[in-house]
Structure formats: C-alpha cells, structure tokens
Design a protein around this ligand. Structure first.
Ligand code: HEC
Length: 102
C-alpha cells in the first residue's frame, strides 16, 4: 500500500503538461488572455506585454507553476474565472511562450 502511494505521488508530481492541459481550449484561452491580461503587462513591459513571459528571470518554471500564476493574477484582479478557463489560458501561454513539457 505504501509503495503504491509513493508511486502515485511520484506520478502526480511529474504530471506532464499534456495531462495538466488535457481539458484546455487553446482558442478560448487566447481570447480570454487578449481581453483581460495584456493591457497591464504591456504597460509595464512595453510592446504586446509578452516580454513578461519570455524574460530571462521568468518566475514560472513548470506548467503547474504556470497554472498557479494564472490563478494568482486571476484572483488579484477579481475575474472569478472557472478552473477550466484558467487552464485554457495557461495552456495557451504554454503553447505560445513557455513550452514546458512538465
Ligand atoms: C494589474 C496588472 C496585471 C494584470 C491585469 C495581469 N497581470 Fe500577470 N503579472 C503582473 C505583474 C506585475 C507580474 C510580475 C509579477 C512579478 O514579477 O512578481 C505578472 C506576472 C505574470 C506571469 C508570470 C510571468 C513570468 O515571470 O513568467 C504570468 C504567467 C501572468 N502574469 C499571467 C497573467 C494572466 C493570465 C492575466 C489575466 C488573467 C494577468 N497576468 C493579468 C500584472 C498583471
């Protein structure tokens, strides 16, 4: 039992981006991101704001961390997105900028 539990924990720690983003709708994520997320990043990073995702010292290092960061910005600005919307935006950002496999 203990071994099974350990294996399960290891597997879930290593959940791949594909698994995490299985339910994502990339097109919806792109639209949500354009509507709600760009202006603020653009005003602090210039251009289309995407520099915040590609900067050398990017805070986010994994797809799990990316989902957490999307959730944090979502909560901060009070959008009240559902989990599937957060996942779709995170999946869009991953496909376009971060390209995490894990
Ligand atoms: C009110 C301004 C503002 C809005 C609106 C905003 N963000 Fe952010 N976002 C920031 C700031 C500032 C940072 C940098 C935080 C830091 O460096 O600690 C950030 C960082 C991030 C990062 C991490 C970048 C990295 O370092 O890799 C992600 C991902 C992100 N935001 C996603 C989003 C998403 C998705 C939305 C739309 C729901 C959003 N943000 C809306 C201000 C904003």
């Amino acid at each position: 039992m203990k071994i099974l539990f350990t294996v399960f924990c290891l597997l879930s720690l290593n959940a791949s981006a594909n698994e995490l983003f299985a339910k994502a709708d990339i097109a919806a994520g792109k639209a949500l991101h354009e509507k709600n997320c760009i202006s603020c990043h653009a005003s602090s990073f210039g251009g289309d704001g995407s520099g915040i995702y590609t900067r050398e010292y990017a805070k986010v290092k994994t797809s799990k961390g990316l989902i957490a960061q999307v959730r944090a910005c979502n909560t901060n600005i009070g959008l009240k997105w559902f989990e599937d919307e957060e996942i779709s935006v995170a999946a869009y950002l991953n496909q376009t900028y971060y390209k995490f496999e894990q």
